[in-house]
Write a protein that binds this ligand. Structure first.
Ligand SMILES: Cc1cc2nc3c(=O)[nH]c(=O)nc-3n(C[C@H](O)[C@H](O)[C@H](O)COP(=O)(O)O)c2cc1C
Length: 385
């Protein structure tokens, strides 16, 4: 007799959105955009995850202003034309049964950098000769991201108002483009996280110093977005639960932030970590084992009463299911393993012993694969080679 349906494959409703399963494709920047516009690459890249059965597909971080791009290849949402260009991606994901989400970001002091595979560092004369442009990074204060990086221009009150409104406008454009969930990027050393972390924020006004002050601007952005979006649209926030650097942002800080985010109407906290560098600092306890960030998600879920998403080296369906069963998270996000196997969600269904595993596959595939798999089995082979 079949056992209870695995939690990983059980729907989850948040506000007006029901995910068909709890498998998310983690936001992953592809650096293939031009002037913030997607290319056919994006439709194919994201579309295949919907065909692959993921309940939730995050489109990578999209910049809320032109100078909020991390690199010249980042997606944008600072203009209505970007939203129009992204609409077919959202429409395709929806049509194939996934919930389309998008992450919105400002690169802050890490902006104007190389694409990941070019080195992830400062733009070189060669990059500029090849057509890239550079721009002035912004930050909470003048602390550069790392040695040799440009000194960011500290935001004044007008800049903060402008950027907050740019986040709101980008979120509204995302919804108009057909995205059902908006995730605010508050992690990885980008603008909002750099306000949170004492390693990056040296302000002496109401936005620096105490934890409460450092949380003020990110919370203003979160409240403004929540207030502007329809109430049936979930708003999530990705945070760096810890900086992994002595003297940096710690788990107790994340508990306080997650509670405040929950009070601001943010539905889910997506628990990543890291992203800041500090010369001469020691990394605390940085061990990257399977599910290494899931304990962060669990603590926030328990102590802040928000939905959480766990991410980070969750490669097998069994680990994903175990984490959900243990109450560590409500959604499991898979990153690199999805690049390796875009059909991970369908393979997870099979691996977790669900019968009729091909039912959820696109019909034109399933019709063939059912017969193909039956044939393989009858000759003693398995579909998974
Ligand atoms: C190519 C690539 C691009 C990424 N871009 C983003 C991004 O746009 N936003 C974000 O929050 N995290 C980004 N990340 C981090 C992933 O979302 C994820 O948290 C990380 O890869 C750990 O999960 P994994 O072990 O399943 O890959 C990126 C990771 C990769 C590999």
């Amino acid at each position: 007799m079949a056992g209870p349906k695995p939690l990983l494959l059980t729907p989850l409703t948040i506000r007006g959105v029901t995910l068909p399963n709890r498998i998310a494709v983690s936001p992953m920047a592809m650096y293939r955009a031009r002037d913030g516009f997607p290319t056919p690459f994006h439709l194919v890249h994201y579309g295949k995850f919907a065909l692959g059965g993921a309940g939730l597909v995050y489109v990578e971080e999209a910049a809320v202003t032109r100078t909020g791009r991390i690199t010249n290849g980042c997606l944008g949402l600072w203009d209505d034309a970007h939203a129009e260009a992204l609409a077919p991606v959202a429409a395709f994901l929806s049509a194939e049964g996934s919930i389309p989400a998008i992450q919105i970001n400002h690169g802050g002091r890490k902006a104007s950098a190389q694409r990941a595979w070019e080195g992830n560092g400062r733009l070189t004369p060669e990059n500029l000769a090849n057509g890239d442009e550079s721009w002035q990074p912004l930050g909470p204060s003048e602390n550069p991201f790392s040695e040799g990086w440009p000194v960011p221009r500290p935001l004044d009150r007008d800049d903060m108002d402008t950027i907050r409104e740019a986040f709101v406008a980008a979120a509204l454009r995302a919804v108009r483009a057909g995205f059902r969930i908006v995730e605010i990027h508050m992690a990885h050393g980008y603008l909002l996280q750099s306000f949170l972390s004492p390693l990056a924020n040296a302000r002496s006004d109401a936005y620096g110093g105490s934890r409460e002050n450092r949380m003020r601007f990110p919370l203003e952005v979160a409240r403004a977005i929540r207030g502007a979006l329809p109430s049936d649209v979930p708003v999530f926030a990705r945070i760096s639960a810890v900086d992994w650097i002595e003297g940096g942002w710690e788990m107790d800080d994340s508990v306080a932030l997650a509670r405040a985010l929950g009070e601001a109407g943010i539905d889910l906290v997506d628990c990543s970590s890291g992203g800041n560098l500090l010369k001469g600092a020691t990394n605390t306890n940085l061990s990257r084992s399977p599910g290494y960030q899931a304990p962060f998600a669990r603590r926030l879920r328990e102590e802040a009463g928000v939905f959480t998403q766990a991410v980070g080296l969750i490669r097998t369906p069994h680990l994903a299911e175990e984490l959900l069963q243990a109450g560590s998270a409500d959604i499991i996000a898979v990153g690199r393993q999805m690049l390796y196997d875009p059909f991970w969600a369908h393979h997870a269904t099979e691996a977790l012993g669900e019968t009729g595993a091909f039912e959820a596959w696109p019909r034109p595939y399933a019709w063939w694969l059912e017969k193909w798999a039956a044939g393989l089995r009858s000759s003693g082979e398995a579909p998974a080679a």
